[in-house]
Write a protein that binds this ligand. Structure first.
Ligand code: HEC
Ligand code: HEC
Ligand code: HEC
Ligand code: HEC
Ligand code: HEC
Length: 216
């Protein structure tokens, strides 16, 4: 039987396989690099000043909305400006070396560059205000921020996590006047309380898991 293909074409025929395997390795490597970075759960980030939620929220009792002013009104919760810190720290602890970056930021008129702890990719649309209005607590998504010294991410914001609640919000929602209560426990079993709230807050579950809700 005559040889139809030259020997070298064998190599060419195998090339996609080799290339494919190579690509797989590259993807795995990139994946391995990226995944723990974007989903760095439980790891406190270094910040320009050692701000403690435990101190300010749990011990001093400052409301989340004092600093995260946008959270009920807009898509962004927002990070407080240096001036917000100085409403207190121009009077108290004024010589603390831990607060030097705050004073420098003010005198040099340069905002502090806080490192971002939580984020979703750009192609995901997220809005704080609707969640707060419909009975989803900060603590459900961010964990016990009130107990954190340095802030860390409590949950990997994976798509399946968002979608799971969008399909079954009755498992998670609470009365809106309990949103800021870290110790909240439902009075009756969650399934019952949740179902009633879904009705009361008119949560539209039919379309809530559609792609366009979060990718628009
Ligand atoms: C006195 C001001 C202040 C109060 C009160 C406060 N925060 Fe913060 N919060 C900050 C500052 C400053 C940062 C940025 C530094 C950091 O990440 O720790 C921050 C960061 C955060 C982050 C992470 C933001 C990111 O980068 O993803 C979350 C989540 C958060 N706060 C939730 C809360 C919740 C929930 C409450 C109420 C229980 C609260 N905060 C109360 C000042 C405050
Ligand atoms: C409503 C008042 C108030 C606001 C607003 C406030 N703090 Fe404080 N902060 C305090 C008090 C009071 C203490 C001291 C608590 C203690 O140790 O008894 C403190 C302590 C601190 C400390 C520790 C200082 C030390 O030497 O131990 C840091 C750092 C700090 N705050 C950063 C911030 C930052 C950053 C902001 C703005 C995002 C801020 N604070 C906003 C009241 C406030
Ligand atoms: C349904 C889940 C959910 C709830 C409820 C929620 N957050 Fe968030 N939060 C997120 C997500 C997701 C991000 C990242 C958003 C992004 O990357 O655009 C975020 C980001 C933040 C940030 C970073 C700055 C910003 O505006 O994006 C702060 C601060 C914050 N949240 C505070 C709060 C506070 C305070 C509450 C309660 C009043 C709260 N969050 C309730 C999911 C939630
Ligand atoms: C614990 C429950 C819960 C989690 C987790 C959650 N959501 Fe929601 N989400 C809701 C509820 C409840 C509503 C309000 C639905 C309504 O208005 O009827 C909502 C509404 C929204 C809306 C507004 C829909 C509209 O039509 O305006 C967007 C966008 C959204 N969520 C994105 C996200 C993303 C992205 C995540 C994950 C990062 C997420 N959500 C995680 C419960 C949740
Ligand atoms: C409730 C919000 C929500 C809904 C609904 C939703 N997604 Fe996503 N999606 C996300 C979030 C958040 C991410 C980012 C996940 C991450 O960073 O790990 C994501 C990521 C993705 C990605 C990137 C790959 C990945 O898995 O990270 C694709 C593709 C995608 N979504 C497609 C879809 C399609 C198709 C639908 C409809 C069937 C859909 N999404 C519905 C929130 C949502």
């Amino acid at each position: 039987m005559p040889q139809v293909f030259r020997k070298s074409s064998n190599v060419i025929a195998k090339l996609p396989l080799v290339f494919g395997a190579g690509l797989l390795v590259v993807i795995t490597l990139v994946g391995a690099n990226i995944t723990p970075y974007t989903h760095r759960v439980g790891v406190a980030l270094d910040q320009p000043a050692p701000f403690s939620h435990k101190h300010h929220v749990q011990e001093l009792g400052i409301d989340c909305r004092y600093c995260h002013t946008g959270v009920e009104k807009s898509s962004f919760a927002g990070i407080p400006a240096t001036e917000t810190c100085l409403t207190c720290h121009s009077q108290i602890w004024t010589n603390s070396p831990l607060l030097a970056p705050i004073r420098d930021s003010f005198t040099s008129d340069t905002p502090l560059r806080w490192n971002r702890v939580n984020n979703v990719p750009d192609f995901v649309y997220f809005d704080h205000s609707i969640h707060i209005a419909k009975g989803v607590s900060c603590y459900t998504c961010h964990g016990r921020v009130d107990e954190m010294n340095l802030t860390f991410k409590s949950l990997a914001f994976e798509m399946s996590w968002c979608v799971n609640c969008h399909r079954n919000p009755e498992e998670f929602v609470r009365p809106t006047d309990e949103i800021f209560n870290p110790e909240y426990e439902p009075k009756e079993e969650q399934a019952r309380v949740g179902r009633a709230l879904v009705k009361e807050y008119d949560i539209r579950t039919e379309q809530l898991a559609d792609c366009w809700v979060c990718h628009r």
